[in-house]
Design a binder for this molecule. Structure first.
Ligand SMILES: *[C@@H]1O[C@H](CO)[C@@H](O)[C@H](O)[C@H]1NC(C)=O
Ligand SMILES: *[C@@H]1O[C@H](CO)[C@@H](O)[C@H](O)[C@H]1NC(C)=O
Ligand SMILES: *[C@@H]1O[C@H](CO)[C@@H](O)[C@H](O)[C@H]1NC(C)=O
Ligand SMILES: *[C@@H]1O[C@H](CO)[C@@H](O)[C@H](O)[C@H]1NC(C)=O
Ligand SMILES: *[C@@H]1O[C@H](CO)[C@@H](O)[C@H](O)[C@H]1NC(C)=O
Length: 247
């Protein structure tokens, strides 16, 4: 079948769009000690005598071969900072697994930007059966998870085992974009729970306009590339022509 370059361009564009719509979903599980997770104050190896941080890396009581990250609240050794963890990822569903030693209450926040959207919920890890689930996250932009230790009257412990992210693409869920500063995360009415919670993130009119513009720009760019190639080939021919005549 013979097709002109503009037609091929369209076909490529269509194939690319189809490919994007049918990519398979995948699960990515990271351990609590993974470098993608940022701890404040930074976590340290509990066996080291210099480890005074509020976050410590210890073998799990459930499985001694597995390392978990644990905190029982602010310590003097790390300037009484409230223990927090941050993770920026792109995915639709998030599973946070805590160990059986975990009894603390934690504030779980999820935030996205452009448009700004945030949701916060208090979760009691003692009654959450070791699993905190967040569903309905946007698959087209990064989400930042913030978990904050909430002190209670009794001594409690927050112990993170691992985190699973369900993605809709084969790409790594961890973008290279930097963490937004945690202090500017806007808060919304709480709706997360240990059970399944859905929240809808509205697509604004600007988003739709941007998407349509993006698609049009893609086609226009594609056509420009083809036109450029044709022009370049013609020019090369006309430039090569005098040389074949010889001097
Ligand atoms: C991802 O993991 C969750 C919980 O571990 C499971 O329910 C789900 O079926 C998995 N999804 C895929 C696509 O593997
Ligand atoms: C912590 O330190 C101990 C002994 O120094 C070492 O065996 C262990 O591998 C370290 N754990 C981590 C997570 O670095
Ligand atoms: C932490 O510091 C406060 C005030 O500086 C002090 O009262 C407290 O005893 C200290 N706690 C520990 C465990 O050292
Ligand atoms: C994640 O943590 C849970 C709870 O500690 C454990 O049962 C599970 O095997 C872990 N999964 C992975 C992939 O490490
Ligand atoms: C946890 O969130 C609640 C509101 O949901 C807030 O009042 C409280 O100050 C937060 N605690 C911490 C330690 O961030």
């Amino acid at each position: 079948m013979l097709l002109g370059p503009p037609m091929r361009c369209w076909l490529l564009f269509l194939l690319f769009t189809l490919f994007r719509a049918t990519v398979v979903a995948g699960n990515v599980t990271i351990q609590s000690t993974a470098p993608e997770i940022v701890y404040s104050p930074p976590a340290c190896n509990a066996t080291a005598s210099t480890c005074q941080s509020a976050w410590q890396i210890v073998p799990s009581l459930d499985d001694p071969d597995v390392l978990v990250t644990t905190t029982s609240g602010p310590t003097n050794g790390s300037a009484a900072l409230v223990p927090q963890l941050f993770l920026t990822f792109t995915g639709t569903t998030l599973y946070i697994r805590t160990s059986s030693a975990s009894t603390a209450v934690t504030n779980v926040s999820l935030a996205t930007q452009y448009p700004d959207f945030a949701i916060t919920s208090r979760v009691d890890t003692a009654t959450a059966n070791g699993l905190i689930t967040v569903v309905g996250l946007p698959s087209d932009r990064a989400t930042t998870l913030t978990m904050t230790y909430v002190a209670s009257e009794a001594e409690t412990r927050l112990e993170i085992s691992n985190i699973t992210i369900v993605t809709t693409s084969n790409a790594s869920p961890f973008s290279s974009s930097p963490l937004p500063s945690s202090t500017t995360i806007p808060t919304f009415s709480p709706a997360i729970s240990p059970a399944m919670t859905a929240y809808t993130s509205k697509q604004t009119r600007d988003d739709i306009v941007a998407e349509v513009l993006g698609a049009i720009l893609g086609v226009v760019l594609c056509l420009f590339v083809v036109a450029g190639l044709v022009f370049w080939r013609k020019r090369r021919k006309t430039m090569a022509a005098p040389r074949t005549l010889g001097y």
